[in-house]
Every structure is written in structure tokens, then in C-alpha cells.
Design a protein around this ligand. Structure first.
Ligand code: SF4
Length: 476
């Protein structure tokens, strides 16, 4: 059973005494029972950070149940494709990838993720697919795989949405990295008119605070130094906390959660992603000033700088309200930096609307941003709107906006030349002895070093800035 201790005193003292949350063993065994074969699996992941997180949990669960990770896809008995629905024609791309990856050895093909929740039984158009599973039921995958291997069933579809059940059924993570994600909420009630998430991940649902604290503590004790709290709408988090028995409100919001997670000894950086502008309040902004380990950086998607388009998108705020929030944030936490997402070529967008977006991006002064062409998703209201913009026009508008976003990024990069940036190193660079890390603002920093700094925090003196990267020398 899950370990849920009675907490009597303050959370800081309680958390140092709790056992690591090990998942609901009964449920894990139920979903993995009768696994006697040593079949090898390979997972192909396409999509956002949430998909990467889900796929890692699936891999851990399968290994816990006795399956083995294949060295490569050619060596796998079980092929799992976990993919999002953000890209146009996601199902067609998936089908073509199945054809590429499948071989004589393949016994089971399972497909999961948001694309499945959107397409459901249509996925079986591809004859090789045995299992179709939605993002809320991946904990049942071991059971379904065994049913196919044992010949009990040939085709299985489960696109149920038993929210949060999966978290109880997943074992504790074994291979902990220096930088880890912890899901704190899933789903969304905002129904932006272009977005498929509310249909694929279901309504907004927050994990209980104690589960988040347990998982984070386990990750940190096993080597994680950077923790990112993850969700479709993290800053509307409202997790159950009544049974913690430490007084105060029965439900914690994101601000309270951040204060408590930050108390776990060993965390050096705390982040959260993705946020909605309407859910930022003064308390959350103040937390960025008061919590040492909480990074002074927030991703706040604006999407469009035109109030007409924001209304059509059902974003629930105006551009003025958004810019006021950024100004308030900067007043409260002066070292804060922002990034954003933009969609260009939304239905009915005019040149004036695009100009409004360009003006807003200039005013917001982001350290970097992402911009995408609008791409209609089946079932969403925006896909049925009149006056869709032609692809070629979207390309032109994207290039115009990008030029402005790049100016901002270069300006930020140049502003840190000569400063010292604490950098967490993540990977090797393109050249020999070159390594790439990220500062607190998620900016890529490149250094040369004889010894690999990967997985370590280093102070770096910045010497040069380009559009996409900054370069420096390790001074510690
Ligand atoms: S808030 Fe984000 S996840 Fe929710 S509908 Fe809008 S874009 Fe999608």
C-alpha cells in the first residue's frame, strides 16, 4: 500500500521522517501480474516535456514488472510509441514511424499519448497496432502487454480518464538524474479555442501535496538538484493537503506548494512550467523574491498581442492585463525574466493584429520566446472558424515576429556578457571538449573544459554572446 504517514507537526520536520513513497504496490502487482517472460521494450517519444515524463514513468514501470529495456528498437519485442497531437497529421506520422520501426522480432505494438485520446479506435486503421492507451491509463500497460503476448487479446483500447490513479500505481523512480520533473497537475479547464489538451488530458486535476513532497524528496535524496514542477496549468494548482495535519488551508495553491517543496534539503533550483497569465497573483510573484532556490524566471505564454485574437482564442485576459502583470512582477522581483509562446496566423488575424503582437513582444522584453504557425486541431472551435489564414501568409508573419523575438534574445544575451552565471551543465557541445549548460534563465551557455562538467553547477564568466547561445569560461 502507499505509505501515507500521519503528519503532526511542521512539514519541514515531518518530511525528514517520512518513508519514500513507493507507489501502490498492490496496484502495481495487479497490473503487472503473471509476467514471466523477459520481453524487451523500446519507447519512441514525440512531443512535449509532459510526454517525456510519462514515457520515463512507463519505462520504470515496465522494468519494475520484469520487462527489459532494449538496446535499440531492432532488438525490441515490444514497441511503444508515445506521442502528442500538437503537430498536424500526428496519426499519419505515427503510422509511418511504425512501418519504419517494426520488424520480424516485434510481438507487440502499443501506441499512447494525446494522439490516441484524440483518435481513439481510428488508431486501429494501422493493422500492426495491438494496444491503444490514453495518457491517464499508462499504468495498465504491463497487464495489456501480457494479454497480447499470452494470446488472450489481440487488440486492446483503453482511453479512460481515471485521473491521478496512475500516480498511485507507478513505482518510485530508480534512475534519478541531476535534473528531474515532478508532475503536480494535469488537464485543463480553460478551453483555449485552438488547444486539444482539455479533450485529451481531461479536466484539470491536482495531485495531493503529500505525494508531490514524497516524490520530490526521493528524487533529491537520490541526486536530483534541479526540480521542475510540471503541469498543463501549474499555477492553478489546488492540491489536497488536509491530511498533512499541519494546520492552515486544506487545499494548497502553487505558492504554498513552492514554499514547502523548497524546504527539501538539497534542491538547488526549483522551476515550474507551464503557467497561465490569469493565474499569477501577488503572492506567487513574491515567492520568486523570497524563495532562494526558486528561479527568477517564468514562462508566461501571451500567444497574441491583439485583444481581438485573444478573445477569439478564449484566453481570458487582455494584452493590457498581461503587460500589467509583467510590470507588477518586475516591481516585486526585480531580477525576474520572462519567456513566452506566440501563435501567428490564427483565424481572422490581420496585419494590424500581427503588428499588435510585435508591439506587445517588444514591450514585454522577453529573454527568449517561441513562435508557431497556427495549425488547426480536429474538434477544436478554432478549426471551424471562418477566415483561416493561408499557409504562405502564416510563414511570412512568423518570419516577421521571429525577427523581433530574436532581437530581444540577442539583447538579453549581450546583457550578461562580463557577468558570472551559475550554470548547470547538461550535454556535450558540437566541438571536442565543448559543453553546454543552462543558467537560471534557461539560456544555453557554452564552455570548453578538459573534464566533463555534465551534471554539475559551475560558475561561468560570460565572454561572448550570439543570437542563440552565450559563451564563457568556467571559473570554479
Ligand atoms: S491553458 Fe494551455 S493547456 Fe489549457 S486550453 Fe489553453 S493552451 Fe491548452
Amino acid at each position: 500500500m502507499a505509505v501515507v504517514p500521519q503528519m503532526q507537526h511542521s512539514i519541514e520536520s515531518s518530511i525528514s521522517n517520512i518513508d519514500v513513497y513507493e507507489g501502490d504496490t498492490e496496484t502495481i502487482i495487479k497490473h503487472g501480474e503473471n509476467i514471466s517472460v523477459c520481453a524487451k521494450f523500446h519507447i519512441e517519444i514525440y512531443g512535449c516535456q509532459m510526454n517525456v515524463y510519462d514515457a520515463q514513468r512507463i519505462a520504470e514501470l515496465l522494468q519494475f514488472c520484469g520487462f527489459e529495456k532494449a538496446k535499440c528498437h531492432e532488438d525490441a519485442d515490444i514497441l511503444i510509441f508515445y506521442t502528442c497531437n500538437i503537430r498536424e497529421k500526428a496519426a499519419a506520422r505515427l503510422f509511418s514511424n511504425i512501418n519504419i520501426f517494426k520488424n520480424q522480432k516485434t510481438k507487440v505494438v502499443a501506441v499512447g499519448g494525446c494522439v490516441v485520446q484524440a483518435e481513439k479506435e481510428n488508431m486501429f486503421r494501422h493493422k500492426a497496432i495491438n494496444i491503444v492507451f490514453g495518457p491517464q491509463v499508462y499504468h495498465k500497460l504491463p497487464e495489456y502487454i501480457m494479454d497480447v503476448i499470452n494470446g488472450k487479446r489481440d487488440r486492446i483500447m483503453d482511453v479512460g480518464m481515471p485521473q491521478m490513479e496512475k500516480f498511485k500505481a507507478i513505482p518510485v523512480k530508480q534512475n534519478v538524474s541531476y535534473s528531474e520533473f515532478v508532475t503536480i497537475q494535469e488537464g485543463c479547464n480553460n478551453f483555449c479555442t485552438y488547444c486539444i489538451v482539455p479533450y485529451t488530458r481531461g479536466p484539470e486535476c491536482s495531485r495531493p501535496a503529500i505525494d508531490i513532497l514524497h516524490e520530490t524528496k526521493h528524487l533529491v535524496e537520490n541526486g536530483a538538484q534541479e526540480i521542475t514542477l510540471l503541469g498543463q496549468n501549474v499555477n492553478s494548482y489546488h492540491g489536497e493537503a488536509a491530511y498533512l495535519g499541519i494546520g492552515g488551508k486544506k487545499t494548497w495553491d502553487i505558492t504554498r506548494l513552492l514554499y514547502e517543496v523548497a524546504k527539501i534539503l538539497g534542491i538547488r533550483r526549483l522551476r515550474y512550467v507551464t503557467s497561465h497569465p490569469k493565474d499569477f497573483n501577488k503572492e506567487l510573484m513574491t515567492a520568486h523574491r523570497e524563495i532562494d532556490v526558486l528561479v527568477p524566471f517564468v514562462h508566461i505564454p501571451l500567444q497574441s498581442g491583439s485583444n481581438k485574437i485573444l478573445r477569439l482564442m478564449n484566453r481570458g485576459h487582455t494584452v493590457e492585463e498581461y503587460l500589467d502583470k509583467l510590470a507588477m512582477f518586475r516591481d516585486i522581483a526585480p531580477n525576474i525574466q520572462f519567456s513566452s509562446d506566440f501563435i501567428v496566423g490564427f483565424p481572422q488575424e490581420t496585419d494590424e493584429d500581427l503588428q499588435a503582437t510585435i508591439d506587445a513582444a517588444r514591450m514585454a522584453d522577453y529573454s527568449f520566446s517561441y513562435a508557431f504557425k497556427y495549425s488547426p486541431r480536429k474538434k477544436t472551435p478554432a478549426s471551424r472558424m471562418q477566415d483561416q489564414i493561408p499557409e504562405e501568409e502564416k510563414e511570412v508573419r512568423l518570419a516577421k515576429l521571429y525577427a523581433v523575438l530574436q532581437e530581444s534574445q540577442l539583447k538579453y544575451n549581450q546583457s550578461i556578457v562580463g557577468t558570472i552565471q551559475e550554470t548547470l551543465f547538461e550535454k556535450e557541445g558540437r566541438r571536442e571538449n565543448q559543453y553546454v549548460g543552462k543558467n537560471v534563465y534557461l539560456q544555453s551557455i557554452v564552455v570548453e573544459a578538459d573534464e566533463s562538467p555534465i551534471g554539475k553547477f559551475m560558475n561561468v564568466k560570460i565572454t561572448k554572446a550570439t543570437q542563440n547561445s552565450v559563451f564563457g569560461e568556467i571559473i570554479q
